[in-house]
Design a protein around this ligand. Structure first.
Ligand code: 13P
Ligand code: SF4
Length: 301
């Protein structure tokens, strides 16, 4: 039996479901039951009846999966797959802002640890951040931990006072405007699509800025055939599958999230066999962290 057949057999026997982020390896996306961006994966997780969820993503995704499904087994194929940005804010920064502004809302990107979520009022993903911040009654917003997504959101809600911290995604931050300019000069008809985690030079050059699913949907809704993509290379699997007649150009220095790529088919099979590597959150943090996710799902409707 191939490894894919073994995974499928075990998955059916145990009534497990496999979720994968668009940045996972192509062969992992191929075996998954549901593929999506962080928002889609959070929404879908609460609708599933399966007692076991295998979460092919980094730690904060497994934690969120667990918080939204505390009665299910959420299994992580690699417990060391972590998002560096998920740690990039200090409690002191949040406390100082709370002391300064009475009506402060702390808006936390889902790419954060459960502990950071537990200091916050509401979670957002890149797909719903503008909508949620816009709908909050608060004028003063502390956006943590991603300064790039926070800056993008601030530009869309000029009526609010959006304050930022210094966190960033090392993969998106490093996408070079110079390399994007080079691609544009080589392919002048191509539109530039960028993730809001990119640096300001890149987002300013983009024809469209959006989450990974936003980028995928934008291409599906267009007749254009050439695209310059400023996000992690894993999205090419879905883009090429949906649009075999299109050309996709990525920066010469390939944006690859090494943590997402730690998840291999072998590890998916192992975790299904052993039912180990359980995602979890301490009771102390789980209460408020879960509330921030519930609020997100409610406010994003
Ligand atoms: P989205 O899934 O919201 O597009 O975010 C991308 C990302 O960096 C996930 O780690
Ligand atoms: Fe974190 Fe960036 Fe990797 Fe997403 S792509 S998991 S934000 S390091």
């Amino acid at each position: 039996m191939t490894i894919q057949e073994q995974i499928r057999e075990l998955k059916e026997k145990k009534n497990a479901v496999i979720l994968a982020h668009y940045y996972a390896r192509p062969e992992v996306q191929e075996i998954a039951d549901y593929i999506g961006d962080s928002f889609y994966l959070s929404k879908i997780a609460v609708k599933l009846d399966n007692p076991i969820i295998v979460y092919c993503g980094v730690e904060f995704m497994g934690e969120s999966g667990y918080l939204l499904n505390p009665d299910k087994k959420v299994l992580m194929p690699d417990m060391t797959a972590d998002c560096p940005m998920a740690h990039m804010v200090l409690r002191q920064e949040v406390e100082e802002a709370r002391e300064q502004y009475e009506d402060l809302a702390v808006v936390c990107y889902i790419n954060s640890t459960a502990e950071i979520k537990s200091w916050s009022d509401v979670c957002v993903t890149s797909a719903n951040a503008v909508k949620i911040v816009n709908n909050l009654p608060n004028k003063n917003i502390l956006f943590i931990p991603d300064k790039n997504l926070g800056r993008y959101v601030a530009g869309k809600v000029p009526q609010k006072n959006v304050m930022l911290v210094k966190g960033y995604c090392p993969i998106h931050e490093k996408i070079s405007a110079e390399e994007i300019r080079m691609l544009k000069s080589e392919h002048p008809d191509a539109e530039i699509l960028a993730h809001p985690e990119c640096n300001i030079e890149v987002t300013q050059m983009a024809d469209y800025v959006g989450s990974t699913s936003g980028i995928i949907d934008y291409v599906s809704g267009s007749d254009k055939k050439e695209w310059i993509i400023a996000t992690e290379c894993g999205v090419s699997y879905e883009l090429e599958k949906n649009n075999p007649d299109c050309q996709f150009y990525f920066p010469a220095t390939k944006p690859i999230c090494t943590d997402m790529k730690k998840i291999t088919l072998e590890k998916v099979l192992d975790v299904l066999k052993e039912e180990n590597n359980l995602a979890g959150v301490s009771d102390e943090q789980a209460g408020i962290a879960r509330l921030t996710l519930d609020r997100m799902l409610e406010l994003a409707q």
